[in-house]
Design a binder for this molecule. Structure first.
Ligand code: UD1
Ligand code: UDP
Length: 365
């Protein structure tokens, strides 16, 4: 055993949410190896975040790329196992619910290496979502479970996970926001560069498989969002994820006005857009959290959420994919005043996670 931590990541949200853990390792001189699966590889989903968040180059990139879930996960498993056998780390750390996370969880389990899961215990209770299966399996393979909230801890205990394995840390998304919100306000001009005015636009992200891979549903969602925005006389800025872009082309969908397609945004530009939007519409997990923390009302275009804290706070509503429900939800949320509490912690989750992973390194909070 080397006392080392191997941090595995593969997609945009993992890069953003593991950055605070990497920073904590650097601050406290804890040795780590960064292993990128290559699940995301386009600059706009990958390298731009390494640069902006000041992350070191990954020590390994498996360059697995896009494929069917089984093939993609299987190739990652083989590659991760190889790296773990070479490094024999003390702990493997993963974050979230992607195929990269499941592959790393399996690889660590097979080698009987301690596994830590950042953002453990989230549940949508919808097993049709690939992310739900990934997070349940990963939680049950994990030795150290970093639950962002008491609610996520309760989910784990209800499934029989021993309490001794669970630490409530807050969500590292808050650490990242605390560090970058002001930088975005000072350094980004994304709103004006894209030709919009503060508070005079809605921001949308829509990329989930269940929403964009179904042509009928994707068309209905776009049409409903367009009608909802028209009622308030504002454009909808839609930074498009490559999966959704590919489906627009495949289904030959023309995006209805006033929805405006823009390129995927870098982190600071996206944070400014979220901060300045009158309302956010999304099917993203991370964006529901960020909107809640930033005080921007959110309408979630899904049937379920694994972030119920945002709904309980009054910051978010689930509009499912029914057009009338979407229009009513927008009408309701657009006048919401930010007065809710941030349920995701104090921005020191990265430090807490490192303290639990590396107590021998005497990480002091
Ligand atoms: C994945 C995660 C999802 C997460 C999202 C974050 C799984 C099962 N899904 O979804 O939970 O919310 O990442 O953004 O792990 N593509 C590119 N460039 C890239 C990556 C993907 O063009 O760098 C395109 C390809 O056409 C690819 C498609 O996007 O087929 C889907 O990529 P994939 O990584 O399979 O899933 P995501 O939709 O990104
Ligand atoms: N994000 C970004 N640019 C964009 C869209 C999203 O930087 O154009 C960031 C956003 O701030 C959040 C993260 O990406 O931190 C969310 O990732 P995504 O929606 O891809 O995945 P999910 O959270 O749904 O797993």
């Amino acid at each position: 055993m080397s006392g080392e931590i191997v941090i595995v990541l593969g997609t945009r949200p993992e890069i953003i949410k593991l950055a605070p853990v990497v920073r904590a390792c650097e601050t406290h001189g804890v040795p780590f190896t960064l292993l990128h699966t290559g699940q995301h590889y386009s600059d706009s989903l990958d390298s731009v975040f390494f640069e902006q968040l000041g992350l070191p180059e990954p020590d390994y990139n498996l360059e697995v790329g896009s494929a069917q879930h089984g093939k993609q996960t299987g190739e990652m498993l083989v590659g991760i196992e190889r790296v773990l056998q070479k490094h024999t780390p003390e702990t493997v750390l993963v974050q979230g619910d992607t195929n990269s996370v499941l592959a790393a969880a399996l690889a660590a389990s097979k080698l009987d290496t301690e596994l830590g899961h950042v953002e453990a215990g989230l549940r949508s209770f919808d097993r049709e979502m690939p992310e739900e299966v990934n997070r349940v399996l990963t939680d049950h393979a994990s030795d150290l479970l970093f639950a962002p909230t008491e609610g996520s801890k309760e989910n784990l205990l209800a499934e029989g996970v021993p309490e001794s394995r669970v630490t409530v840390t807050g969500n590292t998304v808050v650490d990242a926001l605390h560090r970058n919100r002001e930088l975005a306000q000072q350094g980004s001009s994304a709103v004006s560069d894209l030709g919009f005015e503060g508070r005079e636009f809605f921001l949308m992200t829509l990329h989930r498989e269940e929403n964009v891979d179904d042509e009928g549903r994707f068309r209905r969602l776009l049409a409903a969002v367009s009608r909802a925005a028209d009622r308030h006389g504002v454009p909808v800025v839609y930074p498009i994820h490559p999966r959704a872009q590919a489906r627009l082309e495949e289904f030959d969908i023309e995006v209805p006005s006033p929805v405006c397609l823009v390129e995927p945004q870098d982190y600071l530009d996206f944070l400014l857009l979220e901060d300045e939007a009158r309302l956010v519409l999304t099917d993203s997990g991370g964006v529901q959290e960020e909107a809640c923390i930033l005080g921007t009302p959110c309408v979630t275009l899904r049937d379920s959420t694994e972030r119920p804290e945002t709904v309980a706070a009054g910051a978010n509503v689930l509009a499912e994919h029914d057009p009338e429900e979407i229009i009513n939800s927008v009408d309701w949320m657009v006048y919401k005043q930010d007065g809710w509490e941030n349920p995701f912690g104090d921005g020191r989750a990265g430090e807490r996670i490192l303290q639990a992973v590396a107590p021998k390194q005497e990480v002091e909070l």
